[in-house]
Every structure is written in C-alpha cells, then in structure tokens.
Design a protein around this ligand. Structure first.
Ligand SMILES: Cc1ncc(COP(=O)(O)O)c(C=O)c1O
Length: 496
C-alpha cells in the first residue's frame, strides 16, 4: 500500500470523488502518466451519448480532433505579448471580426477574447466602473441595474469590484420588467444589463426597450448573450423569428458571447465586444511603473495560452457562418420538440411558453416530486440540471440543448414518460414535515446535523440519489444553503 493510502481513505469525499494520485518523488514514464490520466476520467460524467444537458458542447468527432490539434498547436504560445506572437493577434482579430459581423457591429466595434462568460461579465462591469470613475467622479457608490434573471457572474462582478447590484423584478414571462428598470435608475447608476437569453428560463429580455432607456439616461448597456449569442444571432439568418438583441439595437454598448458554448470551441473562450474604443479603453490594465517589463493587459490574465484562441479560430473556419446558422436552426427545432413533448406529459409544464432559443426549464405539477424525477432520469442515464426554487418559480429542471441532442428527442421523451410514471408511485416525501420538526427555531449547526441524520444524509458521503438533499436545499433559507455549499467545496478540495 502506498504510504499515503491511509490518508487518502480519510479524505472527506474520497468515496464520492476518487482522488488517488499523490505526486511521486521520482518522475514517471509519459505512457504511464497518460494511461493514468485516462483512468482518472472513469468516474466523470458521460457526455458523448447526447444524454448530458449542460457543461459540454461537442463539435462532433471530426471537429473535436481539429479542435484538439489546433489547441495543441498554440498551447505553448503566450498571449502576454502581441509583438512576440503576431499569430495570436491575427487570429484574435479574425475571431472578433466574425463576431462583429455576427452581432451587426460597425467599423467602430472592437473587442477581445476572454477566458469565458464569467470573465467577460467581470470585465464589462469593471470597464463601466473605471469609466464612471473618470467621467463621473462624483459617483462614489456606483450602481448596476440587474434584472433578477441575470447570470450569477454579474453578482460576482459586483462583489469583486464593489458595485451595488440593484435587482429589478421580471414579468410573468420571466423577462426583465422595463418599467422597473426605468424606476430603479438613480444618479449613481452606471450601467444597465439584460440577457439574450437568460440562462435559467432561456428567454430574451426586451433589449430594444431597455436600449431606449439607456439612451435616454446616457447609460452603458451590456447584453449578456454568453450562452445564446450563436443561437439568437443564427435564428433570423435562418429565417426564424427572434428578438433583436445586438448592436443593431440603439443603446447597446457591449455584448458578451461565449465561443466555448455554441461556437463549439474549447473551454476558455468568450468574446466581449464594445461599441467603440472610447468604452473599451477602460478595460485595459497598463503598468509601466513597476520594476519589470511594461505590461498592457487587455483582459484579466497576463500570461495565457494561445490554445483556446487557436481552437476558436479553427472552429469558426470549420463550421463557417453557414454552419452556425444551420446549427442554430436545428438546435432550436430540437429544443421546441423537446418542450412540446414535455408539455404533453401530464404533470409537467414548460415555463415561459415556446422556447425562444435553445434552452428551457420545466416544473412538476399535481404533487409530482421534481427531485425524485430528476434522480429517476439520472438513473436512466440522462443528466439534467436541477434549479432550486426562487420567488419567481418553484424548483425546476433545466435543459440546455445543443447539437449532441439533435435526434435524441424521442428516446428522451419516452424515458421521461416512464420516469414520471415511476415517480408517481414513490411514497410522498417526508422532508418538509421533518424539517418543520427539526428547524422550527433558528437554524444552527446542531439542528442542521440533527436534521441531516434523521433524513439519513451523511454529508461526507454523498449518495447517487440526491432527491432528499436537493429538497432540503430547496427548502432551507438561501444563506444556510450558501454556507453548506461553501463547506462542501472546502471538503472537496483537500491536498493529497
Ligand atoms: C447567460 C450566461 N452568462 C454567463 C455565463 C457564464 O459563463 P461561463 O460559465 O463561461 O463563465 C453563462 C453560463 O452558462 C450564461 O448562461
């Protein structure tokens, strides 16, 4: 037994996440290392079979081979210094050029590639803050107006950059409430934001109306099209109706689109575009007054691999504009077939009407237990995404549909029907009753542990079926859930 074996066993989540590779003193043979890396993957989620509805956007086997080859080709090149690697500048300008045309920008439009949607949103808000510091120095507590359905990264940006998030309600169809945005504007507002579409409900906010408000009040307006830019941009080009969302809408000053999602590039690639250089310049970090080399960082990282950029460039050349348009149309058709089929199953209801893009969410009605349904589908090999309830919707199941799902509609719906039948026969959940008994007063550590043990949950050893845990999370107050998730993550990441 390796000398670390006993310590590995005591690792908090060792039975859930099989961590087993302490780094040796002596180096090992490359073949052995690669073999070990491949075995490490064996407990990972399966994604090649079109049964996973999140995380992975697979360009197909041929596309994947091209993506890996192009990524590897530029793995070592360093984006820190454009003068040393003009190849990277050329590719970035090509990619941003394509995105400019895709988003109906003009000769003034500029942008950069970032490592993902989160970095794009962080930078869009940092840019707004730094711009306001220069142009409106009297604003000491800058505010950003965020419809309730925006992605969590906006809140991350507010927390990182000390901005005040002013959250506005959404209407009955889960879209930003335009009047509420208008009313929320104060003398401290520096930016409006909206989604095209929002992740959770897959609907596009009324970008045109919000753009009008931005113009009236001379405010920046960021459209988060991270997940849907390739879809809602492709739909009208394919002759399908969709909501205007891009630079063709007056008032829009920046847009983010993730190429590592529906652009089918490798992870680590999002495009952030600005209306002009007058806004983009506030994104840059420039340092010429330290002891080392002069630094100009357009984005957050300094040293960065050229891999994701080369991968994006290769994927754009591989699919071409026509390929993305076709994929958008096919993906939306599949999404609508799935949503229609789900609506036809008694006890299930899709929220927000006919999907406007390539994702949607559905809820259970008639006392059908959504947490059990999620587990049952998981058991049948389908990995869906459970979203906890909020004041706008009860707990729901989310599907992000992409090219891997084209053609699986019937198999999915057949299994979902069977899963619903199975769940109808499950004993009614006791979670709510037991929680009422154990957490009647203040929720503290002791009462939580008592509750978990009564429900048969061992937090150090998560079960395959998560229904009870998910139901507890859904019912607990958000601050308690946050605390639990934080502790869980700290338990997961332990040095070996
Ligand atoms: C609308 C939206 N914005 C931003 C993001 C964040 O993207 P990333 O996970 O690449 O950081 C996502 C991710 O799903 C998203 O759906």
């Amino acid at each position: 037994m390796h000398k670390f074996e006993s310590e590995r066993k005591s690792y908090t989540y060792s039975s859930t996440f099989k961590v087993n590779m302490p780094i040796p003193v002596q180096g090992r043979h490359p073949e052995e290392i690669i073999a070990e890396l491949k075995t490490l993957k064996k407990d990972d989620i399966q994604w090649r079979n079109g049964r996973l509805f999140s995380y992975i956007y697979h360009p197909g086997d041929e596309g994947e081979a091209l993506l890996k080859a192009s990524y590897s080709e530029f793995l070592t090149e360093n984006g820190i210094d454009p003068t040393s690697f003009p190849s990277l500048v050329t590719m970035e300008n090509d990619v941003i050029g394509f995105m400019t045309r895709w988003l109906h920008g003009d000769s003034e439009t500029v942008g950069h590639l970032t490592t993902g949607g989160t970095e794009s949103l962080l930078l869009a808000l940092k840019t707004a803050r730094d711009r306001a510091r220069v142009l409106y120095p009297h604003i000491t507590k800058p505010e950003v107006i965020l419809p309730f359905t925006v992605h969590s990264s906006f809140f991350k940006a507010c927390s990182y950059f000390d901005l005040k998030p002013v959250v506005t309600p959404v209407t009955a169809n889960y879209k930003a409430d335009v009047n509420a945005i208008r009313e929320a504007i104060t003398e401290n507002t520096i930016m409006l934001a909206a989604s095209a579409p929002s992740y959770a409900f897959g609907v596009v906010d009324p970008i045109r109306e919000i753009g009008e408000i931005a113009l009236e009040h001379n405010l920046l307006f960021h459209v988060d099209s991270c997940i849907g830019g390739f879809i809602v941009g492709g739909m009208p080009r394919a002759g399908m109706a969709s909501t205007d969302f891009d630079f063709s809408v007056p008032g829009v000053t920046s847009i983010s689109v993730d190429i590592h999602k529906y652009g089918y590039a490798a992870k680590g690639c999002s495009a952030l575009l600005y209306k002009n250089d007058e806004i983009r310049k506030y994104q840059y970090f420039i340092c010429a007054d330290w002891t080392g080399y002069s630094i100009v960082n357009p984005t957050m990282l300094s040293s960065k691999t050229g891999g994701p950029l080369a991968g994006a460039w290769a994927m754009m050349n591989y699919f071409g504009e026509a390929g993305y348009i076709k994929l958008a149309a096919q993906t939306v058709e599949t999404t609508r077939k799935l949503a229609e089929g789900i609506n036809a199953i008694p006890g299930l209801r899709v929220l927000g009407g006919v999907p406007e893009a390539s994702m949607f969410t559905f809820i259970c009605e008639d006392n059908l237990n959504i947490f059990e349904l999620n587990d049952e589908m998981n058991h049948r090999g389908w990995k869906l995404q459970l979203q906890l309830g909020t004041h706008v919707a009860p707990a729901n199941i989310h599907l992000t549909v992409n090219r891997s799902h084209i053609g699986i509609e019937e198999a999915f719906l057949a299994d979902l029907k069977l899963a619903v039948e199975t769940v109808r026969n499950v004993e009614p959940s006791q979670v709510q009753r037991i929680m009422g008994e154990e957490l009647s007063g203040e929720v503290d550590e002791q009462s939580l542990f008592r509750l978990l043990s009564r429900l048969g949950i061992d937090p150090s050893n998560l079960p395959k079926r998560m229904a009870v845990i998910n139901e507890v999370m859904d019912l607990l107050p958000a601050p308690v859930v946050k605390e639990l998730l934080g502790r869980f993550m700290q338990g997961v990441y332990r040095p070996v």
